[in-house]
Design a protein. Structure first.
Length: 177
């Protein structure tokens, strides 16, 4: 892969940050999975969420099969974060950028494994609910938290805040390659 060429293309995208890490630097914890189970309405509803994604240990092994991880972040400003609908509307542009970065890695001959935000919303009804395999495994991205990854640790090490507070919404994706 030509890292310089990739970074030139990343610089053209509306990312507020990107950085590369060794997947072994990530923190995995079953505590995150507990939060999914107890607090997320999408738990058990899609292949992008637990338990469909496998155990935290299986997810960890999958991530550690890759040499590098590209972390990307986008930020939406002037959002009324008390308005859930307005906040979630900022997710779609992030997903589009994630897909663009995935394609850049593919153009460089990589086969990235992508984790992104929230649950998959490609199909109106996820095949998981009918006990069928995912219809678009090449397009769907499990969410970062579904793999038990403590993203705040990674961002802290990079000197980045997880929440900017006020009226800024930030989203992150991890692309393993
Ligand atoms: S692509 Fe469809 S079947 Fe696959 S995880 Fe997403 S919603 Fe479910």
């Amino acid at each position: 892969m030509d890292q310089t060429r990739l970074e030139e293309k990343l610089a053209e995208l509306p990312l507020y940050t990107y950085f590369f890490i060794d997947p072994r630097e990530l923190t995995f914890s079953t505590r995150v999975r507990t939060v999914c189970r107890q607090e997320c309405p999408m738990y058990g509803k899609t292949w992008a969420c637990p338990p469909g994604v496998g155990s935290v240990e299986e997810c960890r092994e999958k991530c550690l099969n890759y040499r590098r991880c590209l972390v990307i972040g986008t930020a939406a400003e002037e959002v009324d974060i008390t308005d859930l609908e307005a906040t979630l509307a900022t997710r779609e542009p992030h997903e589009k950028i994630t897909n663009r970065v995935r394609d850049l890695l593919r153009e460089e001959g990589e086969a990235p494994y992508v984790l992104s935000t929230e649950s998959c919303a490609i199909c109106s009804r996820c095949a998981y609910l009918d006990g069928l395999p995912c219809r678009m495994p090449g397009k769907m991205h499990p969410c970062v938290e579904s793999h038990g990854i403590v993203l705040t640790d990674t961002l802290e090490k990079a000197g980045l805040p997880f929440q900017y507070g006020g009226d800024v919404v930030t989203w992150y994706s991890l692309l393993f390659y």
